[in-house]
Design a protein around this ligand. Structure first.
Ligand SMILES: Nc1ncnc2c1ncn2[C@@H]1O[C@H](COP(=O)(O)OP(=O)(O)OP(=O)(O)O)[C@@H](O)[C@H]1O
Length: 240
């Protein structure tokens, strides 16, 4: 399978704090990787380095075989950051429209595309409402809708389901699985351990190192436990 994100021997320090130590990670087409780790373990830093927003001290990262940042790749990539960057004074529809135009979506297909992505996150009835009146969860969902514009080959989602209720989480995960089955590559971070059971591979960052990188089933049998939550606790030394 084609490699979509390649991270090779990446290290990064902020001052004298080493956040990432010699990280290797591959994300392939048709695969969902769940990047998990305690708060402050470097998940966002690793994503920012892969996206070319942050510079690694050493090592090499590529996306679709190209060094980032690379404008040519923007249309193939959907990114949802940990904090929403939305235009509060605009409506949800105007926000999606703005980003869709930036991504070069054909004007004739714009309405169809807005409706498609809004439906996935159950915001189709709020399209004409201003974002300033949205709850935190609604803003997360709008950010996810924006990341899904033009069905990108790679999705990078930092905590996509924060503020979503269980039914909506299920709907979002069904959509992620559908995209994966169609051959998209997805990198997702989450603090919700139930969600880590739904990925193809769990990448566990701890103490600056990727201490596990395998399917949820393999990790559970390796750690002799029955959930990823327990793998996580055991790896952290909390569970005997
Ligand atoms: N620009 C920066 N300057 C200095 N320190 C930074 C910077 N960015 C991140 N850090 C530090 O690097 C560490 C990793 O941060 P990062 O945001 O990557 O963690 P995370 O795993 O994404 O956390 P969370 O789960 O809370 O989002 C933290 O200790 C953070 O304070």
């Amino acid at each position: 399978m084609q490699t979509v994100i390649s991270v090779e021997k990446v290290s990064k320090s902020f001052g004298n704090q080493q956040v990432l130590k010699n990280i290797d990670m591959l994300l392939k087409k048709g695969e969902i990787i769940g990047l998990i780790g305690p708060s402050g373990s470097g998940k966002s830093t690793l994503i920012n380095i892969a996206l070319g927003v942050e510079r690694a001290d050493s090592g090499l990262t590529t996306i679709f075989g190209e060094k980032m940042p690379n404008r040519m790749l923007l249309g193939k990539l959907g990114y949802m950051a940990q904090s929403d960057s939305l235009y509060e004074s605009l409506t949800a529809k105007e926000n999606i429209e703005f980003f869709a135009e930036m991504k070069g979506v054909d004007k004739k297909l714009l309405i169809q595309e807005i409706t498609r992505v809004a439906k996935i996150v159950s915001l189709e009835n709020y399209l004409d409402k201003r974002v300033s009146g949205f709850s935190g969860g609604m803003k997360r969902r709008l950010s996810l809708a924006i990341a899904l514009i033009s069905d990108p080959g790679l999705l990078i989602l930092d905590e996509p389901t924060v503020g979503s209720d269980p039914a909506l989480r299920l709907q979002i995960w069904q959509e992620l699985h559908r995209m994966r089955d169609e051959g998209h590559a997805i990198l997702v971070t989450t603090h919700v351990m139930d969600e880590a059971e739904l990925v193809d591979r769990v990448a566990l960052l701890l103490g600056g190192e990727l201490i596990a990188n395998d399917s949820p089933q393999n990790l559970e049998s390796q750690y002799h436990v029955d959930s990823i939550e327990k793998v996580f606790l055991k790896a952290e030394g909390e569970l005997k």
